[in-house]
Design a protein around this ligand. Structure first.
Ligand code: GDP
Length: 303
């Protein structure tokens, strides 16, 4: 239900357009495909994804010898899910370590995308699953970032390890790992600064953080989650590409999906970057974070 509500904006525009299209065209012909293509592009599904979908649709319509638009919905949904999943079905779960071992999650992303909020929401979610969670204030660059994380820590009820503004983020995270080990924490979530203006610095900083983490815990960080703002559309894709070059991103959290009519960006991200979307942000509140389920997403757009 939450998922459906969060997608309302996308559904309102996208779905009504598709409905209207199906009502106007009794027959599935080339003109129908062209209009559908346009609607999908406007929803930010992305050029390559749309082209792939159209090929699949044309093939399927021919194979099934479909003459009218009845049943086309079902095929569109099926194909969209297939394109998204690329053989990996269902929800892409967090890589959590077995009980008794510390999981380290690193968060990356530029300022303003909703990174801090997402860290808070994820901490809340994990806590509700019975995990002991700790936060590391590794964004020592942006003014106010540490306080903001502290506020979320209080809201969620978990400890925040911090130093003063301007200190070395790798040192903060080093401290946090040791504190987490001592206190039997299950999941440590580390914030980082999202400076995209200088890619070399960003890379260096993230490399150093990685080095420090993996020296303390082999195979960690267990997740590197990139927060992207769905309302920025194709810009989010460009950011993702840059972060992908700078570090080993293991999953994406797409924030503010509730704030855009262009929710098709999820499909574009998956198709272009081949990184799973692990969670989506569907609002500003503490429990407005949902695991991303491709099937529910696609069918949620049409239902
Ligand atoms: P950061 O600079 O990346 O840490 O961004 P913040 O966490 O401070 O979030 C920036 C703004 O986006 C805040 O006003 C948040 O309430 C808002 N925000 C974050 N996630 C979502 C979401 O999923 N939906 C909506 N509507 N707003 C969000």
């Amino acid at each position: 239900q939450k998922f459906k509500m969060g997608l309302a904006k996308t559904r309102d525009t996208f779905t009504s357009k598709v409905n209207d299209l199906i009502a106007r065209y009794r027959k599935v012909d080339e003109e129908f495909f062209e209009e559908l293509e346009e609607i999908l592009l406007q929803a930010d599904v992305g050029f390559e994804t749309v082209m792939e979908l159209m090929d699949e649709l044309r093939f399927e319509v021919q194979r099934k010898n479909m003459n009218d638009t009845e049943g086309i919905y079902e095929i569109i949904c099926e194909k969209l899910v297939e394109i998204y999943e690329k053989g990996e079905e269902g929800i892409s779960e967090l890589n959590l370590q077995p009980e008794g071992e510390l999981t380290v999650i690193l968060f990356v992303g530029v300022n303003g995308v909703g990174k801090t909020t997402t860290i808070g929401k994820l901490a809340h979610r994990l806590k509700n699953q019975g995990k002991k969670v700790m936060l590391a204030a590794g964004d020592t660059f942006r003014a106010g970032a540490i306080e903001q994380l502290q506020i979320w820590g209080e809201r969620v009820g978990c400890e925040v390890i911090k130093q003063s503004e301007g200190s070395d983020p790798a040192a903060v995270i080093y401290d946090a790992i040791n504190a987490a080990k001592k206190r039997g924490v299950d999941v440590l979530i580390c914030d980082t600064a999202g400076r995209l203006q200088n890619k070399v610095n960003l890379m260096k900083e993230l490399e150093k953080i990685h080095r420090v983490i993996s020296r303390e815990i082999p195979n960690a960080p267990h997740e590197v989650l990139l927060a992207l703002d769905a309302t920025t559309g194709q810009n989010a894709l460009i950011q993702a590409q840059t972060f992908k070059e700078a570090t080993n991103v293991t999953g994406i959290v797409l924030t503010k999906l509730d704030g855009t009519a262009k929710g098709g960006i999820v499909l574009a991200i998956r198709n272009k970057l081949n990184i799973p979307v692990k969670f989506v942000g569907l609002g500003e509140k503490i429990d407005d974070l949902q695991p991303f389920d491709p099937e529910r997403y696609v069918y949620g757009l049409f239902a």
